[in-house]
Design a protein around this ligand. Structure first.
Ligand code: SAM
Length: 293
């Protein structure tokens, strides 16, 4: 029988392929195409607009690193906002923190959540947690219009990449980062996925510049994510208070990737990347603050 392959064009002239056992779902929402594939390797995969989002075999790495680095660097993260995250994996990791009392997940596409609930049960295991509220809306508009009496201790952006005309684009602008900063409580921390710098360095450079101009402390950290092109993946982080490049608390549950040592190591960037970032941003430096921007 002819093998079927899912192919993602990671960059001009470079593609990644996964052999498909079977397609479990294929559909289109108002925002994107949505596929769930059962792969020969990596388990099940969620694919949006033909781009790999998450797989059951390696999602623990990405979700632990996006959740636990900012949350364990914050002394008392009570209120958390997730922008995107429709597969549920990030919410599951955030809700492991008993300090967290309230999580608002702002996901633009209800169909992604419904499909994940049906086909990715390990990802969505915590979506029934009573501390979690899901808003089906654009995260950029949500923060822009946030009532002045609603603020968060940690804001995490787990969105699709800022490519093409998709809604992920709206979450990678200086205006959005200004609304993020204004939506944080004093001492608040913000983190955002900034993609694979080997193929698309412009994203981490652009976000690093924007976050560095708006937060007292800013940095970039990295992780290995095998199912993302090139495996080397980055996150940008900004803080209104504490430095984020070391944990203040330990994870008191079993993790599969995150440790305090990996937390610290993650902020040590290879020179080829750090020298392309704004001064004071690489390796967890204090970025200049430009509060009026
Ligand atoms: N881990 C993946 C990554 O790093 O590419 C992200 C996975 S998660 C499924 C991405 C989610 O972001 C999708 O469900 C998508 O609908 C959502 N999203 C994209 N733009 C958004 C926006 N402006 N507001 C809220 N959610 C958004």
């Amino acid at each position: 029988m002819l093998a079927v392959w899912f192919r993602e064009e990671a960059a001009p002239g470079h593609a990644v392929e996964w052999r498909v056992r079977r397609s479990l779902f294929s559909g289109r929402s108002d925002f994107q195409t949505i596929d769930v594939l059962e792969l020969e390797s990596f388990g099940r995969a969620l694919v949006l607009d033909g781009i790999m989002q998450t797989t059951t075999d390696d999602e623990f790495i990405y979700h632990e690193m996006l959740a636990h680095v900012p949350l364990l660097a914050h002394p008392t993260p009570r209120r958390v906002c997730i922008i995107g995250g429709g597969d549920g994996g990030l919410a599951r990791e955030v809700l492991r923190h008993h300090e967290v009392r309230h999580v608002v997940m702002v996901e633009i596409d209800r169909m992604v959540v419904e499909v994940a609930k049906k086909f990715l049960p390990a990802h969505t295991a915590a979506l029934s947690d009573c501390r979690l509220v899901i808003h089906y809306a654009d995260g950029a508009a949500f923060l822009r219009d946030l009532p002045s009496n609603e603020r968060f201790d940690v804001i995490l952006v787990d969105s699709t990449d800022p490519e093409g005309t998709g809604p992920g684009n709206w979450l990678y602008t200086p205006e959005f980062h200004r609304h993020v900063r204004d939506a944080l409580n004093p001492g608040g921390i913000f983190a955002q996925q900034t993609g694979t710098p080997f193929f698309n360095p412009e994203v981490v450079q652009r976000v690093g510049q924007s976050v560095g101009e708006r937060f007292a402390w800013a940095g970039v950290y990295w992780s290995v994510v095998p199912s993302y092109p090139g495996g080397f993946f980055t996150f940008a982080v900004g803080s209104l208070g504490p430095a984020v490049d070391a944990p203040r608390r330990e994870a008191n549950w079993p993790t599969a990737w995150y440790t305090g040592a990996i937390h610290r190591l993650a902020f040590s960037l290879p020179p080829y990347l750090s020298r392309t970032l704004p001064a004071g941003l690489a390796n967890g430096g204090r970025a200049r603050v430009n509060p009026q921007r």
